[in-house]
Design a protein around this ligand. Sequence first.
Ligand SMILES: [Zn+2]
Length: 270
Amino acid sequence: MNRRNFLNQAKLLTITTLSSSIAAPILMADVKIITPNDSIGQTLNDEHSDIFLPGEYQKALKSLRYKLKMVQRHVGYGNFNILSFDDMLFIGRNYSKIGKFTKLELEFIESIFYYDPRVHGFYGDRITYSLTDKIYKKALYKVPRTGHYLYKGKTLEAYNHMKKDIGDSIILTSGVRSVVKQLKLFVDKLYSKKANLSLTSRSIAPPAFTYHAIGDFDIGKKGFGYANFTSRFALTDEFREMKKLKYIDMRYTVNNKDGVRYEPWHIKII
Ligand SMILES: [Zn+2]
């Protein structure tokens, strides 16, 4: 796909007004809504027709990845989990070691936020509608020794309930994520997958499409490390116990409708 088509797709779901710091030069002309049943959608599900990031954005990928890493280093891991887009821009602008986000980087961020990822086989729901949405700390509880936050209320209650039912061998491995945090995870994965969008979105939702923004969280077994994010987690006693609980469910089951890999560790609250 050439860049122009990608940008047209990117504009499909533009619903809110963008912050004035971002240029929005893309016209709505030629926009085509693609549904999962379209022949295009079918074709793109085929692994031989993977969609890649347009060449121009590939140039921005490396510098953006570096800047996001530096911003995370600057604010700290915990704070970065809930950092807003405007705060990210502010930090870039004000710390010369990081530097202002470039026009191309911002255009890429805008596109990857507002586009329709069905074009490369991701069929999950849009969760966040504005790039500049903020997460308010007051609504959150920082879970000790994890660097992660959970929403107070139903989510936190479910987590505490799980600890009681399963025991202290479970640990929160990811909680609330802001747009910026999800952007970083997506960009890192996209970089490691050599700009292959189809492959990337099978293991990480695009920035506006994560349920981590509204209450889902990831659970692991203490000391299990990276294996917590592989299907090996499904072999643990902790997972077996989790399956019995009536107040939670698995978001991404085998062959889920969203086009996401099997994620036994990703919890949805019922
Ligand atoms: Zn997750």
